[in-house]
Design a protein around this ligand. Structure first.
Ligand SMILES: *Cc1c(COP(=O)(O)O)cnc(C)c1O
Length: 341
């Protein structure tokens, strides 16, 4: 059966390496949103906890409820439906909009997101006074303030401008926290921002780097990260095909000489990008995928019992002209996950 294999030692290595940037592993908030970037939320959460991670970040309440017992606090990034807010002292919610404050039930644990340039979510710095007043009036338990960088993985000054803007915001928040009696932690950096810069917050929110990847250009340095996921498929059948035969839908692959081919149990229905038979897409053992990928299968030369489709998402991301994040998050939650210790 097709499966995802997760390498615990590589994961631990990545977290320990990232801790050299934060000073301590417990200063990493591990980002487990979107099924832990396709790796498997319930598989990765206990591994993170075993490495000493105390805080997690997820997309919504649904994800938070699955894993909150592993951590001291789990932060929800997006929960637009107030009826889904869970009153739980281990789950914190993000306030992304001034107008959303009154939707939170009294005593909700919340972090405030500040817009320092991305212009998607978060309140403006000029709204901070009003925001703190409203949060206090609503009797919410504000415990954190954060921002998100929109240009941390590209060359240019935008990143530094945002960093300065957040510094300013922090000072204002500290004064307001004193006034209203809130005890705050601050966090701003995602993987690229942490690898690229200095660290002077309480936490960094680390996603992609923990899984072994960075989108930072080589000019930023070389980073000792190891991909932790590999995708494997099992052989369904083997046959001999003859010169002139055509393989797969629309017969787009024409057999140039007699050979043995096998068909394996993974396809675009498992979350792989659909290879349409154009260009040469190789799996890990260097074999080309023969013809169009089917929903649940693909064909390769040879008769190996099991094959590794990829163990480095960069390979797929480069071929399909996208980012590793997208290759990984698309992997089906229905694939079996196995942890290698
Ligand atoms: C996804 C996300 C992160 C993690 O980003 P990486 O680049 O994967 O480290 C951090 N913060 C927020 C708000 C996010 O949405």
């Amino acid at each position: 059966m097709a499966k995802i294999v997760l390498d615990f030692n590589a994961y631990k290595h990545n977290l320990e390496y990232l801790a050299t940037f934060t000073g301590d592993i417990s200063a990493i908030m591990i980002v487990l949103k979107d099924n832990a970037y396709g790796h498997g939320l319930v598989e990765i959460a206990p591994l993170a906890a075993a490495c000493g991670i105390k805080r997690a970040v997820v997309k919504n309440s649904h994800e938070a409820l699955k894993i909150c017992d592993f951590f001291e606090q789990t932060l929800v990034l997006i929960e637009p439906n107030p009826e889904n807010i869970v009153q739980n002292d281990k789950i914190a919610y993000t306030i992304s909009d001034l107008n959303a404050i009154t939707l939170f039930p009294k005593n909700s644990l919340v972090h405030l997101k500040i817009d320092t340039g991305m212009r998607r979510n978060g309140i403006y710095i000029k709204e901070l006074n009003e925001t703190f007043e409203l949060i206090a009036k609503q009797e919410l338990n504000l415990t954190g303030v954060y921002t998100h960088f929109y240009g941390a993985d590209v060359l240019g000054s935008d990143f530094f401008v945002q960093e300065q803007t957040f510094k300013k915001a922090k000072e204002i928040c500290k004064k307001l926290a004193n006034k209203y009696g809130f005890d705050l932690v601050f966090h701003s950096k995602n993987s690229s921002a942490l690898l690229r810069g200095t660290f002077d917050d309480d936490y960094a929110r680390i996603g992609i780097a923990s899984y072994g990847y960075t989108d930072l250009h080589e000019s930023f340095g070389r980073f000792d990260l190891r991909p932790i996921l590999s995708l494997w498929a099992d052989k369904i059948s083997t046959r001999k095909v003859l010169k002139g035969d055509r393989v797969g839908y629309t017969g787009s692959y024409k057999v140039a000489q007699d050979m043995i081919i096998s068909t394996y149990d993974v396809g675009y229905g498992d979350g792989l990008f659909r290879y349409d038979g154009k260009g040469i897409l190789k799996v890990k053992n260097n074999q080309h995928i023969l013809g169009k990928m089917s929903m649940d299968s693909l064909s390769l030369q040879g008769d190996a019992k099991s094959i590794c489709i990829f163990d480095d998402a960069n390979h797929m991301a480069n071929f399909f002209n996208t980012i590793t994040y997208e290759i990984l998050t698309k992997l089906s939650p229905h694939l079996t996950r196995v942890v290698l210790h």
